[in-house]
Design a protein around this ligand. Structure first.
Ligand code: FES
Ligand SMILES: [Fe+2]
Length: 310
């Protein structure tokens, strides 16, 4: 899991402390983003308490100074250079999000195709905190057969709960579930119930994109989940849409906030474990995408109890 990219936050923050797979990390911006271990090698005080300068971090305890390569360049008590380095992590800004990877990533942060397309408006959503396993949260985003129940009147209609058979392609890099048809009460703001078509792409273990078409109106979303622990997930999301420019950003965001709070109710009731052994839960045809996601996660990551993959 260490070689994948995870969202730290939306771009724009100055300083943030995170804990990723047991690593305490300081992410800071002094012109661009950097990420270092958040413990000073001298006596383990938190570096986030220190002073961030244009080209250095100064620890608040005994004033040791580190440059942006993590090298200790000044020890005040001996008026000399130090001989230790801070561990430095890969950091990247893309799609309006700051990303971190603990190990050398084997690919770039996955694309959000509409992000730089000016015919689409973009709306930032979240962060949404779920007291849930991050893979349960991811699976919920990939699951459409709950729309008619959890999001009745929003994304689904309980009179039309059927999900026709759909195709799923799986390769090493992604899972693509194509043309999933769902009846929606008001998919495009016209007030009419329509059959819409979703295409989902799992782009990384905890990064997902979907695109929904209804006539020529396109609504897409990009989700990235920060796996704080097996009991806590933080979701960062973007909406892109090429219609409904007359609606305010707040109105569209509050719809998504409501949808996510409906999800939170049920997802937080699920176990903190995510079962890679598919026999531990029951599955039907409509679950094809989520079953294949479990197989894919099993192959890519495998069991890992710290994050509840069992
Ligand atoms: S603990 Fe940081 S300088 Fe001593
Ligand atoms: Fe949902």
């Amino acid at each position: 899991m260490e070689k994948y990219w995870y969202p730290v936050d939306f771009s724009g923050f100055k300083i943030k402390e995170i804990n990723l797979f047991g690593n305490e990390i300081l992410v800071l911006n002094n012109g661009k983003y950097f990420a270092f271990q958040n413990r000073c090698p001298h006596r383990n005080a938190k570096l986030s308490l220190g002073k961030i300068m244009s080209d250095r971090i100064k620890c608040s305890y005994h004033g040791w100074e580190f440059d942006m390569n993590g090298k200790c360049v000044y020890v005040p008590s001996s008026d000399s250079e130090g001989h230790v380095n801070l561990k430095k992590y890969n950091i990247k800004e893309k799609n309006g999000i700051v990303w971190i990877s603990l190990d050398i990533p084997d690919h770039d942060v996955p694309e959000f195709p509409e992000f730089n397309d000016m015919t689409f408006r973009k709306i930032k959503c979240g962060p949404y905190v779920f007291n849930s396993n991050p893979f349960r949260v991811m699976e919920n985003i990939l699951d459409v057969s709950h729309f008619a129940f959890v999001h009745e009147g929003y994304l689904g209609d309980s009179k039309y709960p059927q999900i026709p058979k759909y195709e799923v392609e799986v390769n090493n890099n992604e899972i693509i579930a194509k043309d999933i048809k769902v009846w929606q009460p008001n998919p495009d703001g016209t007030g009419e119930t329509k059959l819409v078509s979703y295409t989902y792409k799992v782009l990384d273990p905890l990064i997902l994109y979907f695109r929904k078409n209804s006539d020529e109106k396109i609504f897409s979303m990009y989700f990235a989940i920060f796996p704080e622990s097996k009991q806590k997930s933080i979701v960062y999301a973007w909406i892109a849409m090429n219609y409904a420019f007359e609606y305010s950003e707040e109105k569209i965001r509050s719809f998504e906030d409501e949808v996510m709070s409906q999800d939170k109710m049920v997802v937080e009731s699920q176990p903190y474990e995510y079962y890679l052994d598919v026999s531990k839960e029951s599955h039907v045809e409509a679950d094809k995408a989520t079953i294949l996601y479990r197989y894919w996660i099993n192959k890519k990551i495998g069991k890992r109890s710290d994050i509840g993959l069992i």
